[in-house]
Design a protein around this ligand. Structure first.
Ligand SMILES: [Zn+2]
Length: 361
């Protein structure tokens, strides 16, 4: 497979029984498979620059009964695809169909209409009725309209919501409670969690957090970049980790390097395409970002040394925004930008904003 991958740049799909799993959770029953045993598989996938297409159907594609220990089930069959292939066939999905003639299931790769592509939609979503108007008439999402209003990853998440076939009217749902009904108790728990959470262990008092957010909203940056910082800070960007939590994707594994959960921090600082950007940057951060840090932790550390390096915070956020945008373009099958051009664009954005908003003398 590896030698084949060097021969051509054409869109590529490899589908079938690989006789190996990618993660321990792709197996049920029998012994635990160790990371070291799966590494060779990851490495080939990486070298071939392929990604797992995901699936619709059962979580396992193969099963066998072990006399002593009951059933073993594994996901041994999959479709690995290149990003350019996903770009060429964005609506293609892999279905696992059970059969009685083999201990593997049948793989069916076919183009689907968008609104049926996910197994589960997110549990709760709030939306404006205008995006639904056409949808309700034809019982389909208006893809063009969603494209105008939403970023690509948000649009994908919305398309994953199954529409009701019995045109029941919409209602407001409180997402923090299983019943969907607002209760003071659940709101109180939410506030407590917010104060505790977001990795800001050392910034747990509400006052410090409010000051931090205030500083972020005051930054000399375009509104859309501040909005990005706000979403990253609240950990609500559509990273693979967050999509997996909402059951929109089957796993949270990074599609670029394949060997880590794609948290927001991983995408922005630790994944290969992000590392390339930071390697090329002329500005050095006055500290090292540790793997456990969240976005807000870094902003807080940067705010502390604002007086030493004016505009470093703006430049940092604009660069992160560029990396995130590039990640989304790559995911959609685009070619992506080189690290240098992401950096150049970020410093241009900061500079242009500064010039445009300079007080006139
Ligand atoms: Zn990665």
């Amino acid at each position: 497979m590896e030698s084949l991958s060097h021969r051509s740049d054409l869109p590529w799909v490899c589908m079938g029984d690989y006789n190996e799993i990618m993660h321990a959770k792709e197996k049920e029953g029998g012994g635990v498979r160790l990371e070291g045993q799966m590494r060779a598989f990851w490495e080939v996938i990486n070298k071939c620059q392929l990604r797992d297409l995901g699936y619709i159907g059962s979580d396992y594609t193969w099963s066998r009964k072990l006399w002593s220990r009951g059933w073993v089930r594994k996901r041994l069959d999959r479709a690995l695809v290149s990003l350019s292939w996903v770009g060429a066939f964005p609506a293609a999905r892999l279905f696992y169909a059970a059969t009685s003639v083999s201990d593997h299931c049948i793989l069916v790769l076919k183009e689907t209409s968008y609104q049926r592509k996910r197994r589960h939609g997110p549990k709760v979503w709030s939306f404006e009725s205008m995006w639904l108007e056409d949808a309700r008439a034809s019982n389909e999402w208006d893809i063009d309209k969603l494209g105008q209003w939403f970023l690509l990853d948000d649009k994908d998440a919305i398309l994953g919501i199954p529409l009701s076939s019995t045109s029941t009217s919409d209602r407001l749902v409180w997402a923090e409670n299983k019943s969907g009904k607002f209760t003071v108790k659940s709101a109180y728990t939410l506030v407590l969690d917010e104060q505790k959470g977001s990795g800001l262990g050392h910034c747990s008092n509400g006052m410090a957090r409010r000051k931090l957010w205030k500083a972020i909203w005051k930054l000399h940056l375009l509104q859309k970049i501040k909005l990005f910082a706000w979403k990253a800070g609240r950990d609500i960007l559509a990273s693979k980790e967050n999509l997996a939590k909402r059951k929109i994707t089957p796993d949270g594994v990074c599609e670029f390097c394949g060997d880590a959960v794609e948290t927001i921090g991983h995408t922005l600082w630790f994944c290969d395409h992000a590392k390339e950007v930071w390697r090329n940057s002329k500005f050095a951060l006055p500290f090292e970002i540790s793997a456990t840090w969240k976005f807000l932790d870094v902003l807080k550390a940067l705010l502390r040394c604002e007086h030493l390096r004016p505009r470093l915070l703006e430049l940092f956020i604009a660069t992160c925004w560029g990396i995130w945008k590039n990640r989304n373009e790559l995911r959609a099958g685009g070619k992506g930008k080189a690290g240098r051009s992401i950096l150049r664009n970020a410093s241009l954005l900061v500079e242009e904003y500064r010039v445009a908003n300079e007080p006139k003398t």
